[in-house]
Design a protein around this ligand. Sequence first.
Ligand SMILES: N[C@@H](CCC(=O)N[C@@H](CS)C(=O)NCC(=O)O)C(=O)O
Length: 339
Amino acid sequence: MAQSAHTALDETSVKGEFKRVESCFRNFIEEGSRFEPEAGRYHLYISYACPWANRCLAVLRMKGLQDSIGLSIVHPTWQYTRPGKDGHSGWAFYDPSHPPIANVLGFGSFDCDGCIVDSVNGAKFIRDLYEMSNDTLGKYSVPVLWDKKEKCIVNNESSEILRMFNSKFNKFAENPYLDLCPESLMAKIDEVNDWVLPTINNGVYRCGFAQSQEAYDIAVKELFASLDRCEEILSEQRFIAGSVLTEADIRLFMTLIRFDEVYIVYFKTNKRAIREYPNIREYVKNIYQVPGMAESINMKHIKTHYYTSHPKLNHYAIIPTGSDYWWEEAHDRAKFEKH
Ligand SMILES: N[C@@H](CCC(=O)N[C@@H](CS)C(=O)NCC(=O)O)C(=O)O
């Protein structure tokens, strides 16, 4: 049955726990399949703010796929998508020269720098793309990987888009030999993802979107137990799945880089800051400084999105100051390399 338009804030259990619903478009780009890897055929829709979409952008840039896969970037502040028809608010497109916009209650003024409009479909909202693809779930999330040939969403699950970008477009990639999922490390990568996803990547959302003290208490305990586990692992090896950079690092990093600026305040994850973990701190700097990453991170969009998009959580859309950008400083992680 088709569900009505909603957002992640509506995905809670009777106990007040945040229960993320699975993505629904799950086709794969594969040689010889309906969706062939072709240069110029696919388009990626992202928000710089969204950690899931940001993974895809980072890997697109790291692999050097900018000339083969198109890109659109939404405004960080959610807007009403069907004003007067339903109360849904979500991702919207603006030209960078468009005057600043307010949150849905009319508070604040947020410019459109860094946005890229939808040159493929001329959509005004991410919701439009889902409706063009006969969506029935009613949740209009990013990332979206779009097929220009069949005019539909191929996939909206970041973990799968990441794997496609890593291996399916090597014919067109500037860095075809960069492999973030080497066969020899696959079991380890999957094992790390298995605890990082529920307790860290989604763990921060389970803290922030909890609607009961009990649900929050469980989530925050699991989150900090996993951060301690990361700190321990990273005291012994350079990257989270071993001695080389993998997909597991990109996935973990996207939560860590948002932590001190957003989650500590907004999602109440204030037991300890990331910059206070000696090894994780250096690790975050290291990943931020790998080629292709820094230009994929837009802290202004990140902060603007969270603090201005959910009036229930931050009515007046005031954005806290935050710290200096410590992740741009030199790191010590090369100490793990054998000389
Ligand atoms: N499982 C999805 C999750 C994506 C997701 O939750 N995206 C959020 C932004 S961080 C979104 O677009 N939410 C829209 C909404 O809640 O309405 C993935 O990893 O791709």
